[in-house]
Ligand binder design. Sequence first.
Ligand code: NAP
Length: 295
Amino acid sequence: MAEPGRPRPLTGATRVAAVIGAPVRHSLSPALHNAAFAATDLDWAYVAFEVADGAGRDAVAAMRTLGLAGLSVTMPHKAAVHGAVDALTATARDLGAVNCVFWEDDRLVGENTDGAGFLDALSVDAGVAVGGRRCVLVGAGGAGRAVARALGEAGAAEVVVVNRSAAAAERAAALAGRVGRVGGADAVPHADIVVNATPLGMAGGGGERARSLPVDAAALRAGQVVVDLIYHPVETPLLAAAARAGATTVGGVGMLVHQAARAFSRWTGIAAPVDAMRAAAEAEIASRAPSVGDP
Ligand code: NAP
């Protein structure tokens, strides 16, 4: 047994999990998952593989050949892996995107843990229940779609999707089910929960984006819960404005940690050491230059 929290030495029996993406070198996933394996004293290791766009299907075949014990999937492979696994969870099927592959007997199953991770961050970390709440979701990309579906499934009273492109907004709103609709920024003052799923406010990409607000600060108020999916910086301009308005704020680190924790449990069959994963994520983010903030 290794010293608690210290990685085990690698052995011939070490099981390997990995993330595929392009680019992937900046991924926080190795830090989170290796911290989790150390905290649980599992003889597992987690590495990052740069896999070129178009080779996601080959990477799934490699997972079988090499006997990788778990796979995380990030851009640009989420849709290709969706089409390459043996089975899909209902969430991954609806979203058309896979961020985690796990073994079920000898079948590879595609899952998407973003929505569940988002809900865990709200309920477990912030004590916020979504049931019966009016929600406004700004942004309708991959993360926005996962959040829209999760909010609808968790019993939100309303999910209003506000997005630059109308077609993407419609697609996300549909995932929320009968409570989903497309709307405009005028919905924000009436919302109980406001979620930013755009990159506005994210570090890097030029100063203008980093200083941008996805909603008008004057529309935020006390009594609201304002959630930013961005985790770098930890306090975004939106969260700072929400705090000034007296709203409850929830940053993106919680979702990052909980979506990874859900993947860890799918692979290992045991509860994830969430606190160790959060500490690893926070240390890694703090060590990074402001320009390195992408997911
Ligand atoms: P994505 O698929 O590229 O979607 C980006 C969304 O933001 C789209 O709806 C896009 O609108 C909108 N958008 C982009 N630039 C904009 C601008 N200048 N003005 C207005 N809207 C703009 O990205 P994603 O994967 O969903 O990620 C979105 C954010 O969530 C990122 O900041 C990412 O870091 C964060 N995220 C966090 C976690 C976590 O675990 N905490 C997980 C995933 C993502 P159009 O549809 O009009 O293009």
